[in-house]
Design a protein around this ligand. Structure first.
Ligand SMILES: [Zn+2]
Length: 169
């Protein structure tokens, strides 16, 4: 378990503006707020949407659900909502509960433009904290990254069947 601050944007944001936010904030993903629903989008989601000429973030149908932590979650698992890193073991209990097997992210706090996200593992945090920018492959159809993490010149992680190589977006 780890915690990271990520940019928070309303779902009414344009895809172009969301890409600018990722570039400026040096993160591999951001959180979209839509009422009480929160979704994590990586570079790949936004670059794919841009490629598909989707204008607004609200038009993106995929993305990774982020659980909005509740007072009840805090009581049930004795988790510290204010200082997530002070209750790592308790968050471990939260994520290992059978009903949350497929959940990798939880929202512990939010301001107007920043979300505090607790991640199931350190690997997710490391990926989200990476500031290498967006990538695409030279394949047809084109694939976008991260996630997963790629480097310029790598073979596309979708090989096979994709025979492309990775380049900056
Ligand atoms: Zn590819």
């Amino acid at each position: 378990m780890e915690a990271i601050d990520l940019p928070l944007i309303p779902s009414s944001t344009s895809v172009a503006d969301a890409l600018d936010v990722l570039e400026q904030k040096k993160r591999a993903g951001l959180i979209v707020e839509n009422g009480n629903e929160y979704t994590l989008l990586y570079w790949r989601h936004l670059l794919q949407a841009d490629h598909d000429q989707i204008r607004l973030v609200s038009g993106i149908n995929d993305g990774i659900p982020v659980h909005l932590l509740t007072h009840q979650d805090a009581i049930t698992h004795s988790i510290d909502l204010v200082r997530p890193l002070k209750s790592i073991a308790q968050y471990g209990g939260f994520f290992s509960h059978p009903s949350r097997e497929s959940l990798d992210f939880a929202l512990a706090g939010a301001t107007q433009d920043v979300a505090i996200v607790v991640t199931r593992s350190e690997a997710y945090k490391d990926l989200l904290a990476s500031s290498t920018g967006g990538f695409k492959c030279t394949g047809r159809p084109v694939h976008f990254f991260p996630d997963p993490t790629v480097k310029n010149g790598d073979r596309c992680p979708k090989y096979p069947p994709c025979r492309g190589y990775i380049m900056p977006r």
